[in-house]
Design a protein around this ligand. Structure first.
Ligand code: NAD
Length: 302
């Protein structure tokens, strides 16, 4: 199949490489020439614009940072829609909001181009190994056409509904995962400041409704050893929670807990942690209270 790929960053670069490994011909575009060079060295063709990617491809995949990038790459000047033949298919795998996805999909459909959304779960390591979780939305016939390409990138696929449903699933997942992380850091910091040890809190919480995967899996590997190297960056977590808070507003609903998480992430970013792991959320509480939330913590020690 003739596949195009736009957005060859931390995630998109290895995902595109896996499409090549899957035996498809690949045409790529990115604003960063170094990212393009990595893919052309592996056998891809470079295009001069999203329009040229569209013209060269049966299926175009995008993995871009923001909703505005997705809209511009598909519908803007020199966009994919200008180049792609009627009957083409696009797959947007960026983390964006469902409303933008539906709007872009409708405009593409009017030009005879079908769209599927398939944002991804897990990490850049899984992008390399082609073992991402795929949250897919779209018409069943379009998803069936996308499948050979999707299968190059992920090994756990969830069909979520019509176009935009994959983005709704991803946004909901990340809102919950991030708000839980924010709540954990807040509660544990208060506990240590009150004189409790981390060990005691963890043992008690294991037996109550407070227990969660962030406490069980993520925090021991990062926050509890003071490691805020990325990982899942504060700025990306903030982007995802902002998408959910804004989507809630568009639905006529105020996401109060999400707004609290967003304020926490924005504060971490303003303190210089935007490009650090969300483990930095523990650090900002620790610094504010003059404590450390670590195993064998000495409560109330500065
Ligand atoms: P990234 O910043 O590493 O890569 C984005 C790429 O898009 C860059 O190479 C950039 O040059 C390119 N780009 C931006 N605007 C462009 C345009 N107009 N035309 C062409 N290229 C353009 O980001 P990433 O970490 O690869 O993330 C991509 C998406 O995947 C984001 O929406 C992110 O939230 C989501 N995501 C990231 C992770 C992760 O762990 N990094 C995990 C799951 C989902």
């Amino acid at each position: 199949m003739k596949v195009g790929f736009i957005g060859l960053g931390v995630m998109g670069g290895p995902m595109a490489a896996n499409i090549l490994k899957g035996g498809h011909s690949l045409t790529v575009f990115d604003l960063n020439p170094a990212s393009v060079a990595t893919l052309t060295a592996a056998g891809a063709k470079a295009a001069a614009s999203p329009r040229d990617v569209g013209a060269a491809s049966d299926i175009v995949v995008t993995m871009l940072p923001l909703p505005s990038h997705v809209e511009q790459v598909y519908l803007g000047p020199n966009g994919v829609a200008e180049g792609m033949a009627r009957g083409g298919l696009v797959i947007d795998m960026s983390t964006i909001d469902p409303q933008t996805s539906k709007r872009v999909g409708k405009a593409l459909r009017e030009r005879g181009i079908a769209m599927v959304d398939s944002p991804v779960g897990k990490t850049s390591e899984h992008a390399v190994t082609g073992t991402l979780t795929l949250m897919v939305g779209g018409e069943p016939a379009d998803i069936a056409r996308a499948k050979p390409v999707l299968d190059c990138m992920g090994n756990q696929t969830f069909l979520c509904g019509g176009l935009g449903a994959g983005h709704a699933m991803k946004m909901t997942n990340n809102l919950l995962a991030t708000t839980i992380m924010c709540a954990n850091t807040e509660a544990l910091a208060i506990g240590v400041k009150e004189g409790l040890t981390l060990e005691l809190m963890v043992e008690v919480m294991k037996t109550t409704m407070a227990w969660n995967q962030q406490l069980a899996v993520a925090m021991p590997k990062k926050a509890f050893i003071g490691d805020d190297s990325p990982g899942f960056m504060v700025k990306l977590a903030a982007k995802d929670v902002r998408l959910a808070v804004d989507a809630a507003k568009a639905l006529g609903f105020q996401a109060l807990v999400g707004e609290g998480a967003l304020a926490t992430l924005d504060r971490a970013a303003s303190l210089g942690y935007a490009e650090r792991d969300t483990a930095a959320l523990m650090k900002i509480r620790e610094d504010e209270l003059g404590i450390r939330v670590r195993p064998q913590a000495q409560p109330k020690a500065a």
